[in-house]
Design a protein around this ligand. Structure first.
Ligand code: ATP
Length: 304
């Protein structure tokens, strides 16, 4: 289990993580979701003892990472797949890691097998594609057979077959009773991989929910409106706090506002409506509606 309590991290004037509290339970894949710059990596680094919190604490199995006696056997992590000595072979990289943690060579060959890198184990890492480096990073995380696993954007650079492989691996690890925390900025990916979601934006907790609840929940409700004055209405709705997407011509997809309020805004703007229909949002739209106020670099047309 991973516990994060009142965790904050400031870099000068930047608040990267802002009073975060959540628990990551064993037996499930927990998706750690947020737009770019939301603070996911910083949080993971603090859980792994690589960054000192400004406030609060993160523990693994009840203890701070730096207090763990055999860290690799308790927590495995993939943070940056490219952070490997490029001149080393994949096998040597893993052997070094294993030796400094009292892990035997047999386990190195085992994990090379698990991630499907046996045939390139003697190649230098500099010749690896990003996808192969991700697999090597995952092998490193698995070396100590730990009960807690932390992966930062593990599907980056993988092809569809690789993505599917990571997804199955994560689910398999969780099914064995391990605690699995995986970060991503893609809700669609997380909906397929995770069973639980911790959503953050600008360092703050936005949602802590099961994937089922998220998919079936209020976040999924939107409103479709059609009007000849789409531009005027879109502006008025955004000013009133809604997130608006204009796909084509007269149709607007509105989220973060119910249909009665959309009708009121239209009336106050003197805009005639041709249609006003509650609709289910796509997962991406629901995620965007949830995090729109916390996007670090928003395109002004997409997000209010
Ligand atoms: N070492 C640092 N010095 C200064 N600012 C930092 C540092 N590390 C992170 N930040 C800032 O903290 C915020 C959170 O960054 P972080 O990398 O944790 O976000 P993220 O959710 O992992 O984003 P991404 O998906 O882009 O990796 C950003 O505004 C980032 O610029």
């Amino acid at each position: 289990m991973i516990e994060v309590r009142g965790l904050s991290k400031r870099y000068g004037d930047t608040v990267a993580v802002d009073d975060l509290t959540f628990v990551v339970k064993p037996g499930l894949v927990t998706g750690f979701l947020g737009p770019n710059g939301a603070g996911k990596s910083t949080t993971m680094r603090m859980v792994l003892g690589l960054d000192e919190p400004s406030e609060g604490a993160a523990t693994v199995g009840g203890r701070g990472y730096r207090k763990l006696t055999a860290p690799m056997r308790e927590v495995g992590a993939l943070l940056d797949a490219r952070a490997v000595h490029p001149g080393r072979t994949a096998r040597d990289h893993l052997r070094c890691l294993a030796q400094s943690n009292g892990i035997g060579d047999r386990r190195v060959d085992e994990v090379l097998g698990v991630v499907g890198l046996e045939s390139v184990a003697r190649r230098r890492v500099r010749t690896f594609s990003l996808g192969m480096s991700q697999r090597l990073g995952i092998a490193g995380a698995l070396l100590g057979d730990p009960g807690v696993l932390i992966f930062d954007e593990p599907v980056n650079g993988l092809d569809p077959e690789g993505i599917r492989w990571v997804r199955d691996l994560m689910r398999g690890l969780a099914a064995e009773g391990r605690t699995v925390l995986v970060s991503s900025h893609l809700i669609s990916e997380m909906a397929l991989t995770a069973q639980h979601l911790v959503v953050i934006g600008r360092g703050r907790l936005i949602a802590d929910t099961s994937v089922e609840e998220f998919i079936g929940g209020e976040e999924q409700q939107g409103v479709l409106v059609r009007t000849p004055d789409a531009e005027v209405l879109a502006r008025a709705l955004r000013n009133a706090g809604a997130v608006v997407r204009n796909e084509h011509g007269e149709a607007l997809h509105v989220s973060g506002m119910d249909s009665l309020r959309v009708g009121e805004v239209a009336m106050h703007s003197g805009v005639a409506l041709a249609e006003l229909t509650p609709e289910r949002l796509s997962l991406e739209d629901a995620f965007m509606a949830l995090t729109s106020e916390s996007v670090e670099y928003a395109a002004s047309e997409e997000v209010r």
